[in-house]
Design a protein. Sequence first.
Length: 578
Amino acid sequence: MGVFLKSFRLSHLVQKSEALPILTLLGFFVGIAAGLLLIVVKYTIEAPLHYILLSSENYEKLEPWFRFFLVLGGSILIALIWNQLPKSTKKIGVPHVIESIQSQGGRLPAKNIFVQYIGSLLALWSGQSVGREGPSIHIGAGVGSLIGQKLGLPNHSIQVLVGCGVAGAIAAVFNTPLAGVVFAMEIILVEYSITWAVPIMASAFTASLLSQGLWDGDINFSGAEAELQSLVDIPWLIALGFFVGTAAALFNALIRLGLRFRHVSALIRLPLAGLLTATVAFWIPEVMGTGYDTISSTLDNKYAISALIIIFAAKLLVTAGVIGLGMPAGLIGPTLVIGATLGGIAAYGINIVSPDSVSNINIFVLIGTSAMMSAVLQAPITALITVLEFSSSTAILFPAMIAIIIANLTCRTLFNQPSIFISILQVQGMTQFSSPVTRALTRMNARDLGVPAIMPILGKMSANDLSILIKSNDYLLFKQDKQLFTLESHIAHKLLEQELSLIDDMNDTTDLKIDTQTWVGNQNELIWLPLHSTLEQVLRTTQGRNIGGVWLSKNEDTPPHSIFPKRHLIELITKIGE
């Protein structure tokens, strides 16, 4: 009982002026929890790979046939597991986190988080052409969500903690706390506010602090040349942005093509994805895993231009294919690799066409990674901050901006390709919220904005008692066969007068019983929603339906806490609009 009272008190405090300090404290806690969990996840993924490969991605060491059967066997194993899972638990990754923010108030199921971990573990162990970033983001978001649910917080506060978990996950895995904050707000929450930013920063700081000293992050470009030496090279950066944007559009289009087959059984799709990767990996081992070692080799100028072209094409086609076919892992890491190889190709081309170019070729590799990430995700600020933290040099900001602008415009405007996460959501029948009003409604907890529920009327009631209820309430509540209905009091007053007009002796109505069964119909029915629902969920439930509104309670078997008749909802939203 004491725990319930504490969480009840906390759920109210986070809606008042005390919200920011409390959410910030919770942000620190989420950062610790997400950081520790992601450290465990990282080591469980990498430990076996280090034992076999002597590094996390040295697949070139393996014999061609071993690579082939490792990838194919892993995909078959994942398919067998995936085929046994309920459909509801297969929703994973960044799109699932975005979906939960929009339709579930950020309430992520624990089962899906575990499925995401197992799926990505098997995919990365077996060398599929995927990344760990999406799974890490889902796991981090899940930590924040589960903490919020355990504390009984309202949905808008849980959404903040989901953002904290996302930022903490990115900060823990990459040691890029600022990129984690920006990613959470630009891609997951799609909004900036002080109430959200401060707790998210607290989480990113704490998670990054935990990872300091354990590793330098999966990518570290701090030793690479990151400064544009001459403005003469700006046209080449514009050209790089165009080619990266075109590659990103192709990448997204191929994934969208694969998504058309999501209805096909996992027993067919996933082995087919594995066969694609295995066949290419037999000849080109660089397509296996995320490919961060390929970025390092490109920066060290270890590849000839022909090799870079082959790796670029293979990585783009294979990654798009396996992601589109539903391999349960991420795509952010591979996009960095694709961008790096394309940047390396561009650098070779520039040296051939313009031998007088004075900028170090590494700058084109670095900018290629950020431009590709930006175009694929349609997240320019996140990409810019990411390459800034990877390179540890502010000098890269100016040239990176040029390429990112052109790459985004090329992918989104010229080829009409939205963010890949939006594409996946569209396949699921959803679109990302863009309206400021809609986003505002998702932050409003409905429980305290509705009409307080009164005791429902069960069939017959004395005329006097009914008259008192009508005068003292704007809405009446009726219950018939476990279903709730509502009626505006002025309508109930007219119905009562009609009932009384049919009675001859009106001198004494003390014991007169009025049957209210016929007063309400389907158009007055109330639909149940959980107590933690947002105002956006209430609005979405009532739109396009001939019902009276919704009622809120802890569960369907408990008495209603509040109701949302349609007229009350319209008046409330009108006031918000003003």
